[in-house]
Each structure stands twice: as structure tokens, then as C-alpha cells.
Ligand binder design. Structure first.
Ligand code: SF4
Length: 458
């Protein structure tokens, strides 16, 4: 039997598995079950989160005002310069536009906004209603691009046409139109693009500093603290380093096919994955720079000398505590499981919104027997799993936070809105400190479920 919880609807039972209970056959990568209240976002939102951190571009949402408000400043993506990305623009489609078409309104909005903000490029997002009324985004964008002399790029992200994953693909296709239009003549042969990092709480600056110490040039950040001019010339980099498999892997594949730029997949979360990421990059360039491997090992050693004693301190309090993880892309879950092992904590539930069969097979391999693995879950299921496993800390995003607090368990925000940098070796320290603070807070003793448990132990 794969699923033992009454909260799981019959039609969803193929999307829940317990490690060690038979072969894993996840029915993942499909549309969410109607009425199951999925934690997933729409296609438009998927595009918006990927493109939004490009800080000198103007982002215009063609649709009703709600779509723009829902995604306004959606990531805590920091910029070291312009902050045009943090403004939210919408064509605010009304009933009349739905009946007679919104193209004129879109053209007028582009005309005014480009003159007023002087952006380096514009991304125009299509929403559900635009897909229904059939506005020709492509034609309007082409006309305005010719008129204003900057790239005006349609993002075909009608909200209803799939899951967040399709939104990632639409974002990659829009960015790919920029790639190949800039000058690459002064790019070093030891150079990379950072893909799939969104500079939450300044994380991309940590990774860029490590690469600088290794002597590697970063051509483009895609898309955290991103700039249009860098994206235009990023086909000149020698390697694409891709984190967050769902969001930008499609772009890396398109660049490999058209420009021959190879890619590697990495994660900057946790100790092993951070170190491995740097070693993979070093390995790629060792024939051009024979010193790079030594520089990388020195960097890793120096960072670990500082980090490990601190982790030992946190571990004393955290040993044996139980964790549930629910994230967007599964890549993060792999790193988190390893990170929690360093803290002596046990992961008892792990799930993702958009994992693939391969992701879930890998999760089964690295989790302990009995661990619940779940695809595209919902609040009812997550609450049931947390209760069943008597979880101490729940790791998720903004939509999971209320579940944790209502149930009286600690919470760590590992998603868009986090304010703590969790990448890199310093990020592992921040992560351990945050988990420690949340897990051992005395406040949980006063939650009814915990009070009852304490009474049982007395
Ligand atoms: S695009 Fe559609 S699903 Fe997405 S926020 Fe707008 S109306 Fe909602």
C-alpha cells in the first residue's frame, strides 16, 4: 500500500509514496487535480518569477490588475544597481477591452512606459484573459520594438495553459531572443553564466565572490541582479552553470544547441553540493588554468574551517528533531536533506510542486525508510503528514508558512521571499542558525498539540 493517510484523495494516491514500501512509480508532471487546492502557481507566475530579477528591464503584465498585484515584487531579488524590476506595471484590462480587444491599450501603455522609464528591454506577459481574447502580443511587441529601438519581448505565459513549469519555459524562450545580440569579443576563456539563481537576499554575490577567488569571469547572472546587456552577450561564456533545474534548464539547452555552450547542473545549498559545484567548474577549466583546482580546494578548506565548529554547536540542540520539506523544484530538496544530516536532524517528509519521475526516484534513494515523498501536494495533505510524523520544523515557502504556524511547528522560509542568504558556506551557517532558532523556540510548548504531548511524557 503506497498511501496510508485519509487526507489523500483517491485520485492523488499515485502522487504519494513512502520510502521502502515497494517500487516508486510517481504519477507526477501532470495537471493538478481540480478541487485539490494545489500549492502550485500558474504559468504566468512561473514566467514572472524567472524574468522579474532582470533589473534594468521593464516588466509589463498584459491582463487584469489582479495578475500584476499577485506577482508584484514577488521575489526578494536584490539589485546592485537599477531597480526598475521592482515596479509593477499592468494594462489593467477591463470588460470593454475583453470585448473589443486589448491591443490598443497595450500599445499605448508601452509607448508611455518606455518614454518614461527608458528601459533596456521590455518583457510583456500574457495572462489568462489575453489567451482567451486572442490579442496578438507578437505583432504589438514587434511594432513597438521597431518604433522605440529596444527589444520588446512577448512572454507567452497564459495562466491556464499548464503548470508553473510551462511558465519557466515561456520565460526561457523570451530570454533566448536576447541571447546572441551582444558583443562577446572581450570575454575570458575561463568564464561562466550563472543560471537559475535569483539573488535572494544577495546570494548571487556570495557565489560570484567564490568564482572571483577561483579566477572565473561571470558574464551574465540569469536572472538575479541581471542586466539586459549581459544576457545579450552571454553566448560568449565558456560554460553555463545551472541551478534550479526547472527554471532555466531550457535556456541552457537552447544555448547548447545553437551556440555550443555546454552546461552543468549545480546546487549552492549545503556543504557537499556547494563544494561539488565549485569543483565541477574547476574541473571544466583545469586544462586552461592548471592552478584552478588548488585555488578551489583552498577556498573550500578555508570556508569549512570557519563553518564546521559553528555547525557542531547547533547540532547539540537539534540532534534527532524531525523535518518536513515542501519546495517548488526538487533540486533544492536533495541539498536540504544532506544539509539536515549535518545538523543530526531526520527528514520525514519531502515533496515538491514540479518534480519529475527521475527527481522522485533520487529522493527515494537518499531518504530513510518510511519517509513520505509527495508530488503537487495541498494544505490538507501537508497538515496530515506533519501531524502523523510529529514534525518539529517545516521548510517551505510563503504558502506553507501558515500551515506550520497553525499547527504549532517551527518554520523556515526557503523560497522567494526569504530574507536570509542560504547559499554558499556562509548560507549554510545562516540556515543552521535559522533552523536552530525556530526549532528550539520555547513558544511551541504552549501549542495545544505539544502541551498534550508533554503531559503524556510526564
Ligand atoms: S494569469 Fe490567470 S491564473 Fe495567473 S494570476 Fe492571472 S488570472 Fe490568475
Amino acid at each position: 500500500m503506497k498511501c496510508e493517510t485519509a487526507a489523500v484523495l483517491e485520485e492523488r494516491k499515485g502522487q504519494v509514496h513512502r520510502t521502502g514500501q515497494g517500487p516508486i512509480e510517481m504519477a507526477c508532471n501532470r495537471d493538478s487535480l481540480a478541487g485539490a487546492v494545489s500549492q502550485r502557481a500558474c504559468v504566468f507566475c512561473g514566467s514572472r518569477v524567472v524574468l522579474y530579477p532582470i533589473a534594468d528591464a521593464l516588466h509589463l503584465v498584459h491582463g487584469p490588475i489582479g495578475c500584476a498585484v499577485y506577482t508584484w515584487d514577488i521575489r526578494g531579488s536584490l539589485s546592485s544597481g537599477p531597480e526598475l524590476h521592482r515596479l509593477s506595471f499592468s494594462t489593467d484590462l477591463q470588460e470593454k477591452d475583453v470585448i473589443f480587444g486589448g491591443e490598443k491599450k497595450l500599445e499605448a501603455a508601452l509607448d508611455e512606459l518606455i518614454d518614461r522609464h527608458d528601459p533596456k528591454a521590455v518583457f510583456v506577459y500574457s495572462t489568462c484573459i489575453v489567451g482567451i481574447i486572442g490579442d496578438d502580443l507578437e505583432a504589438v511587441c514587434r511594432t513597438m520594438s521597431e518604433k522605440k529601438g529596444i527589444p520588446v519581448l512577448p512572454v507567452q505565459s497564459e495562466g491556464f495553459k499548464g503548470s508553473k513549469r510551462e511558465g519557466y519555459n515561456a520565460a526561457c524562450k523570451a530570454m533566448f531572443r536576447l541571447v546572441g545580440t551582444g558583443d562577446t569579443s572581450d570575454i575570458s576563456p575561463v568564464s561562466v553564466n550563472i543560471l537559475g539563481d535569483f539573488n535572494l537576499a544577495g546570494e548571487i554575490w556570495i557565489i560570484r565572490e567564490y568564482l572571483e577567488r577561483m579566477g572565473v569571469e561571470v558574464v551574465a547572472n540569469i536572472s538575479g541582479d541581471g542586466r539586459v546587456a549581459d544576457v545579450r552577450r552571454c553566448h560568449g561564456a565558456a560554460l553555463n552553470v545551472v541551478q534550479c533545474s526547472g527554471a532555466t534548464l531550457d535556456l541552457a539547452k537552447m544555448m547548447e544547441e545553437k551556440y555550443g555552450v555546454p552546461y552543468i547542473r549545480v546546487s549552492y545549498l549545503g556543504i557537499e553540493d556547494m563544494a561539488d559545484s565549485l569543483y565541477y567548474i574547476a574541473d571544466h577549466f583545469k586544462d586552461i588554468d592548471p592552478e584552478i583546482t588548488t585555488k578551489t580546494s583552498n577556498l573550500v578548506r578555508d570556508e569549512l574551517e570557519v563553518l564546521m565548529p559553528e555547525l557542531a554547536r547547533f547540532r547539540k540542540d537539534l540532534e534527532g528533531k524531525k523535518v518536513a520539506i515542501y519546495v517548488g523544484g526538487a533540486f533544492k530538496a536533495f541539498s536540504l536533506i544532506k544539509a539536515f544530516r549535518h545538523l543530526g536532524m531526520q527528514v520525514v517528509m519531502v515533496g515538491s510542486q514540479t518534480g519529475t519521475e527521475e527527481d522522485y526516484r533520487e529522493l527515494e534513494e537518499i531518504t530513510d525508510p518510511g519517509t513520505i515523498i509527495v508530488d503537487d501536494s495541498n494544505p490538507l495533505e501537508l497538515s496530515a503528514f506533519i501531524k502523523e510524523k510529529d514534525v518539529d520544523v517545516f521548510v517551505g515557502g510563503v504558502k506553507e508558512r501558515p500551515i506550520a504556524f497553525k499547527m504549532g511547528v517551527g518554520f523556515c522560509d526557503h523560497n522567494h521571499e526569504r530574507k536570509e542568504a542560504l547559499e554558499g558556506f556562509v548560507g549554510m551557517f545562516n540556515f543552521a542558525r535559522e533552523i536552530h532558532t525556530s526549532a528550539i523556540s520555547p513558544v511551541w510548548k504552549f501549542v495545544p498539540r505539544r502541551e498534550q504531548k508533554e503531559a503524556e511524557h510526564e
